[in-house]
Design a protein. Structure first.
Length: 330
């Protein structure tokens, strides 16, 4: 490895997939230390998105672990909302989505997860996705290429959709950092194919872009109130407890702003009438066509909304800066 990631800053990697596939273990293997809670009994452990930083040889990386989709005791819309918040509010977005799946065939849940991700992130998401197989210890002497060639068409077609990129981890042998070094090489190849860019706002479906911009505007409107709460926390808490309280405050504020933005956009779409409003409100795959990813449509109809700061809607980076300004000293 050449440490190429250092030339453009950290490589940001987001782990996605259904529950129990080994996302948290994968994050620990990548970072070569236990930072994400995991359970080998396939129980759900990750409730909220968690971000950790580290190094792979000379390359700095950021790994975001996400809750599993299609958990039995949690609404999938709530989970996807959590993931979307982390993508949009941890600027500038991931370089790579890593779709984690155990060695073997794709299940119906895996395929449903794919459809949900594409509906919410847009069809270009797969250009930024690498498939990572877990349970490499189950290969039984075969290579991952052999397993894929013997699998059904669904798996092979999905890998082709993801620019043909795949890798395999044995998370029971995390000290094997050769597998991680090779993984990073594939990550950097994919990043190079995408011109070194992050998965940015222009690639989102039109509906998600509208929700995203309104969410940022709501957070900007509430920034003074949030700032006052942070100052109150500073009087009550110290060091790690303060950081924890501020982090939880922002998570709740972001979640509430997201819910409010979704509700507003859904009502607006319904008021404009007919099937287009229903499709937009549901966030279904029909709203995620290639033509919906244009930057010119992002936030359409929202520019006139006051945000409480000079009557302007704050751009994403500015809204993020407002959030950081209240937490920096903590």
């Amino acid at each position: 490895l050449t440490g190429r990631g250092t030339e453009r800053g950290e490589d940001m990697i987001m782990l996605i997939g259904k529950s129990g596939v080994g996302k948290s273990c994968t994050g620990n293997t990548i970072l070569n230390r236990v930072v994400f809670k995991s359970d080998m009994k396939l129980k759900r452990v990750t409730i909220h998105c968690e971000k950790e930083e580290g190094m792979i040889e000379e390359t700095p990386v950021v790994v975001i672990d996400t809750p599993g989709l299609f958990e039995k005791d949690r609404d999938k819309d709530e989970i996807i909302r959590e993931i979307l918040m982390r993508v949009t509010l941890h600027e500038p977005g991931p370089h790579v989505f890593v779709f984690v799946v155990p060695v073997g065939r794709l299940t119906q849940e895996d395929e449903s997860t794919q459809k949900l991700i594409e509906a919410k992130f847009g069809p270009r998401v797969w250009d930024y996705t690498l498939v990572l197989f877990t349970h490499g210890d189950r290969l039984e002497g075969k290579t991952i290429n052999q397993v894929i060639s013997e699998s059904d068409d669904n798996l092979r077609n999905f890998i082709r959709k993801c620019s043909g990129g795949f890798h395999v981890f044995n998370n029971k042998n995390p000290e094997d950092q050769v597998q991680v070094a090779r993984f990073l090489e594939k990550i950097e190849t994919l990043v190079a194919l995408n011109g070194g860019s992050h998965y940015h706002a222009k690639l989102y479906p039109k509906q998600e872009s509208k929700i995203r911009e309104r969410q940022e505007s709501i957070l900007a409107e509430r920034s003074n109130g949030i700032g006052r709460k942070v100052e109150e926390f500073k009087l009550k808490y110290k060091e790690e407890e303060l950081k924890k309280k501020v982090k939880e405050l922002w998570r709740k504020e972001e979640e509430n702003a997201r819910k409010e933005a979704e509700k507003e956009i859904k009502i607006t779409a319904a008021a404009r009438g007919g099937g287009s409003g229903a499709a937009a409100g549901s966030g279904g795959a029909g709203s995620a066509g290639p033509g919906d990813a244009g930057a010119g449509d992002a936030g359409a109809g929202l520019a006139e909304r006051p945000c409480g700061l000079g009557g302007r809607v704050l751009p994403f980076r500015m809204a993020t800066a407002v959030r950081r300004s209240h937490s920096a000293s903590s």
